[in-house]
Ligand binder design. Sequence first.
Ligand SMILES: Cc1ncc(C[n+]2csc(CCOP(=O)(O)OP(=O)(O)O)c2C)c(N)n1
Ligand SMILES: [Mg+2]
Length: 295
Amino acid sequence: MTTVAPTETRDQRLARLAEHAYNVRMHALRMGEVQGQGYVGQALGAADMLTVSYMDQLRYDVADEHWEGRDRFLLSTGHYAIGLYAALAEAGIVPLAELETYGSDDSRLPMSGMASDTPGMEISGGSLGHGLTVAVGMALGLRHRGLTEQRVFNFLSDGELDEGSTWEAAMGAAHHRLGNLTAMVDMNALQADGPAQGVLRTEPVLDKWKAFGWHAIRVDGNDLPALVDAFDEAREVARAEGQPQVIICDTRVGSGVTMLEDREKAHFMRIEEGEWAICREQLTARYQAAKEAAR
Ligand SMILES: Cc1ncc(C[n+]2csc(CCOP(=O)(O)OP(=O)(O)O)c2C)c(N)n1
Ligand SMILES: [Mg+2]
């Protein structure tokens, strides 16, 4: 099942996605409030990438998470699980009411992504730098089994570009001509220890992926029209046999909520009790203003 409605105009498609992205951010705030803290900044920053993935690009069956014909979405970054749960809820794979259990004992939505716990969670992330290696194996496996229409998507963080295993996997994907593999990198310029480029300089990132044999695209990851174009371009390139694609997305931590966008210590945010309502108001105001401007 694909979520793209074939009769939609581009404007309708973008308006629909903008609403989904707003909802995804709301879901993330809802979960964040349950715990009073968490990786909320990453979830908001990656909300547009996750929205385009789940509400526009991926094929899946809401009623059957193990459907063989599905595209696989692998979240390398276990700590981004709150963002993925928000997208899974918007897609209807995780019930909305369940978001209230986020991070609690016996919840199917633990703070770090666990394949054993959550519907639609393909791998357990957390130990960074492993997602792309698993994605390469999965893409090879699909091809060997003759599942040539199915694609593997891997969501990576910029911190994972510091891991040697990521680049081994990148080399392997090009060597095996895995055209059914699409990576997306959340370049939020942040790591646990501070600004990403201060921890280890990885630029020029676009040139590096190209040199590794990938079809590489770089976009503003909070610009929905640009993101849609980038994903469409990757889909044009995608084949069971061919060139793997990477979409490098420059995002802003906390995107959509003004008071969180410039927060220091943004890797793991503590948000005070009275601030959640303000976060929601700011998100809604920004969304409504953009909607008006698009009229
Ligand atoms: C292999 C490995 N090394 C170190 C860590 C500890 N760690 C957890 S999050 C993180 C930051 C990684 O960068 P990124 O994912 O870009 O951080 P964010 O943008 O979420 O701040 C690190 C180093 C880990 N989880 N796995
Ligand atoms: Mg980062």
